[in-house]
Design a protein around this ligand. Structure first.
Ligand SMILES: [Zn+2]
Length: 446
């Protein structure tokens, strides 16, 4: 691939260790990494991207999603339900999915993320109806061109055993572990610059047994992969934990090996002070999903307290059935606003929220090769137009989350341009959308 020289950006928000903000600077992308940053760079035969009038940031990192849910946005009956009722409305619809639904819905979700500045996303796929496999979403990420941290989710406690999901959507625990081994061996790339990694991710403590939680942790550590689940999402979740396990979610997680720098938990809206200390001490990560938490009325996660205590926090758009959009820059803005609702106007700056959305997320996913613009880091770059209606009149273009566009102008992943002039260049998005709508109609008619 030819080198790319990004030339003369109005401002480059590096998110490097000094949090430098460079004006009129250039970046040279070579062999998937940032080869140089500075002023008046030259490179023979490089493709030149003229960045005057643009704001350059690291690509945003999404730490929690259920891509398949883009096929069930704004479903009547689930629009205004609390978490458990919402799940019960959607499970029967999801049980009619198959490989094509997984592939197309993932393409839609990944393109939506890319257009909002995201270069690296995780996905939590915890149901496998109709022959669907994790492979379907990995294929979608390869075709869209995003860096991908797939997680092999699972549910094993169906209705007949007192669980929430219908029996048809749950799997045998031995089969779950075997397929987890298969997908790790087939797709996980531990190397720096990896485009695909795989993690192990039982859906939540209330959808699998204690044994599977423990075995999944042992498997993940044996294979050297990360672990992910939902934790402490709302008051119902805490009540369930106290009643069924006799302890709070933090204790449950710790007892089963679910703390550590190779673990990240989604939501954590209801962590108490002791649990925040536990997460900080153990270097356990959090995927904060503010829009989903608002949408489901779950509450405001104590992100200010977590950050102050040293907990690693990234952002997640969460599944599209609970957001229902998957725009990561909008998510970052929401994160900033919610902390202000809770703690006052000086509780989180636009720059800090962008930091959480970039290097914060990369840190949570164990990717110290991503999330910042520095020499030697991966060439994952979001470029924003500084002359949109949203930032016209802005005195501080770098305060992107106070006044800035909600879509990128251009996006590079591993040095490859996948968004140009605000459009996907890797896939025929209108065609994918039309297929998605056809599949959604089929699910609605069934
Ligand atoms: Zn989720």
């Amino acid at each position: 691939m030819a080198d790319t020289l990004i030339k003369g950006a109005d401002v480059v928000l590096t998110m490097d260790n000094q949090r430098r903000e460079l004006h009129g600077a250039d970046l040279l992308l070579r062999d998937g990494v940032i080869a140089d940053i500075g002023h008046d760079l030259t490179a023979e035969r490089a493709a030149v991207f003229r960045a005057k009038g643009k704001i350059v940031t690291p690509g945003l990192v999404n730490t929690h999603h259920h891509l398949y849910q883009t096929l069930t946005r704004a479903v009547p009956g689930a629009q205004d339900a609390l978490l458990f009722g919402w799940l019960q409305r959607l499970y029967p619809i999801w049980s009619r999915f198959g490989p094509e639904e997984m592939y197309v819905s993932a393409q839609v979700g990944l393109a939506e993320l890319a257009l909002s500045g995201c270069t690296l996303t995780s996905d939590h796929l915890y149901l496998y109806p109709g022959g669907a496999r994790l492979d379907d979403t990995i294929a979608a990420a390869r075709d869209v061109g995003l860096r991908f941290h797939a997680t092999r989710g699972a549910m094993s406690i169906g209705e007949s055993k007192g669980g929430l999901p219908p029996d048809a959507l749950v799997e045998d625990e031995r089969a779950i572990l075997e397929d987890s081994i298969r997908v790790i061996d087939s797709f996980h790339d531990p190397r720096e610059g990896a485009m695909v990694r795989v993690g192990v991710a039982p859906c939540s403590p209330f959808s699998v047994t204690r044994d599977l939680m423990r075995d999944a942790a042992l498997l993940a550590r044996d294979k050297g992969v990360m672990m992910h689940t939902h934790l402490a999402e709302n008051d119902e979740d805490i009540a369930y934990s106290l009643e069924m396990f006799g302890c709070r979610p933090g204790q449950y997680a710790e007892d089963l090996g679910w703390t550590g720098d190779d673990v990240w938990h989604a939501h954590c809206v209801k962590l108490d002070g002791a649990e925040i200390d536990l997460f900080a001490r153990s270097r356990t990560g959090v995927a904060h999903c503010p829009c989903s938490n608002c949408r489901l009325g779950s509450g405001i996660a104590p992100v200010r307290q977590m950050r102050d205590a040293g907990v690693r926090v990234g952002l997640g758009v969460d599944g599209s059935a609970s957001n229902d959009i998957g725009n990561l820059v909008a998510e970052a803005r929401q994160a900033m606003l919610l902390q202000r609702v809770q703690n006052g106007a000086d509780a989180m700056s636009a720059r800090e929220a962008l930091e959480i959305a970039t290097r914060g997320g990369a840190d949570v996913l164990g990717r110290d090769d991503c999330g910042q613009l520095a020499i030697g880091k991966r060439a994952d770059i979001a470029i924003w137009d500084a002359a949109t209606v949203e930032n016209a009149g802005s005195w501080d273009p770098a305060a992107l989350l106070l006044a800035g566009p909600m879509k990128v102008d251009a996006l590079f992943v591993e040095g490859r341009q996948i968004v140009s002039d605000g459009r996907m260049v890797t896939i025929d998005l209108p065609k994918v959308i039309s297929r998605q709508n056809f599949l959604a109609q089929g699910l609605a008619d069934a």
